[in-house]
Design a protein around this ligand. Structure first.
Ligand code: PMP
Length: 439
């Protein structure tokens, strides 16, 4: 009998034995093409010799030293490197152990910033309905996914939610991307006015929505309008790049493509690429200065802050992405995958939308292409697709998300950046076979 506490208590998954390149192998020797990098994590693929060597070398030096006593060379180097590569204005790095920790840190830093600058009344968070920001209670409160929130609703803090920027379902007849973006910006501003601008602490959003929507980028101009509104009202802009950051969309930070810099940015997944459990929160010099010139102490912390071995891993990941130019492969390989998806599923009666950026792509599955009617949740399409794809030897990330209160199904693809042309073909073939067996 196993004593592990699996996600689904009624079905223990197969046991993984090893990983190599774009594939994982189970203990029966079956190969799985990692079409979603787990959950958009394994951007380098498996068994990357550079990262493994860097982490081994760090383990030989010192595995861990608590940040209550020490800083470390790998943590300092990681912070310097991230700031050198980050969008303008970001100036300090707080290294944590994952995405939820990064988001909790971001929310608490935003609150402390307002306290330190004499605005204790700023306590309201505004986020978007179709979003996921992590599973700890603060991050869960901020996310808008109804299914994830529901069981824990009595424990959650009050967060105010506005519409997501989701052109496929949100754009009304006659609207252009421009006027749609303007309408959403007006909705955000109306919410701020309703709450009282002086009470709003932060607006939180994923530049490209991942787990709850299947790689949905905003329309052009949306985030510039949001930035301008936040600035006008003294509200901090927190961007959650836990899933879409670290090169996944073709630029190291997804927001580079939207032409905005946040006040606080959370990253994780691709930063450790699966080799190390690591995340980070980046913040502006203004925010850091408020703490430095105020209490001098960020009233937060976790045991594994700045973990030296994880930081050594992340430094090696950045070497692979930037110095070895793996990042440069994301846009062309992403275009290749997007074209293959369009060719295979562009006219598919149950594929309503193909979207995303770089190697962060999503397919929305619908009952009726013309009306965009989603499948009845009782059909469990996403769950069945995950199972069918796995049987075909493909790891992908289907989700029965909640689309503005309405269930819908999509599948997220986020393969390693080393994906070859043949593997693009293999991914699409296996997805096709899985879809055919389910629908
Ligand atoms: N934010 C986003 C956008 C995410 O996709 C996730 C993880 N799916 C998280 C936060 C939470 O990250 P973690 O699971 O590492 O805590």
């Amino acid at each position: 009998m196993s004593h592990i506490f699996p996600r689904h208590t009624k079905s223990l998954p197969p046991m993984v034995a090893r990983g190599e390149g774009a594939y994982l192998y189970d203990t029966n020797g079956k190969a799985y093409l990692d079409g979603s990098g787990g959950a958009a994590v394994s951007c380098l693929g498996h068994g990357d010799a550079t990262v493994i060597a860097a982490m081994k070398a760090q383990l030989d030096q010192v595995a861990f030293a608590h940040t209550g006593f020490f800083t470390s060379e790998p943590a300092e180097r990681l912070a310097d490197r991230l700031i050198e590569l980050a969008p303008e204005g970001l100036d300090r790095v707080y290294v944590v152990a994952g995405g939820s920790e990064a988001m909790e840190s971001a929310l608490k830093l935003a609150r402390q910033y307002h306290l330190e600058t004499g605005a204790p009344e700023r306590r309201n968070i505004i986020a978007r309905r179709q979003s996921y920001h992590g599973n700890t209670l603060g991050a869960l409160s901020t996310g808008g996914n109804i299914w994830r929130r529901e069981p824990f609703a009595p424990l959650l803090i009050d967060v105010h939610h506005v519409s997501p920027c989701y052109a496929y379902r949100g754009m009304e007849p006659g609207e252009t991307e421009e006027t749609y973006g303007e309408r959403l910006a007006a909705e955000l501003e109306a919410k701020i006015e309703e709450l009282g601008p002086e009470t709003v602490m932060a607006f939180v959003a994923e530049p490209v929505v991942g787990a709850t929507a299947g790689a949905v980028p905003a329309v052009p101009g949306y985030f510039r309008r949001v930035r301008e509104i936040c600035d006008r009202h003294g509200i901090l802009l927190i961007l959650d790049e836990v899933m879409c950051g670290m090169g996944r969309t073709g630029t190291l930070f997804a927001c580079e493509q939207d032409g905005v810099s946040p006040d606080i940015c959370a990253i994780a997944k691709g930063l450790g690429a699966g080799y190390a459990p690591i995340g980070a929160m980046l913040c502006s010099s203004d925010i850091y200065a408020a703490i430095e010139n105020g209490s001098g102490f960020f009233q937060h912390g976790h045991t594994y802050l700045g973990h030296p071995t994880s930081c050594a891993g992340a430094n090696a990941v950045l070497d692979r992405l930037v110095s070895d130019r793996l990042l440069d492969r994301v846009a062309p390989t992403g275009e290749m995958l997007r074209a293959a998806l369009h060719e295979r599923f562009g006219q598919h009666p149950n594929v309503g939308d193909i979207r995303g950026r770089g190697l962060f792509l999503g397919l929305e599955l619908v009952e009726d292409r013309a009306t965009k009617a989603p499948f009845d949740p009782s059909r469990g399409v996403a769950g069945k697709l995950k199972k069918a794809a796995f049987a075909e030897g493909l790891i992908c990330y289907p989700m029965g998300g909640t689309i503005d209160g309405q269930r819908g199904d999509h599948v997220l693809l986020a393969p390693p950046f080393i994906l070859t042309e043949d593997q693009v073909g293999e991914l699409v073939d296996k997805l096709d076979a899985a879809l055919t067996s389910v629908l």
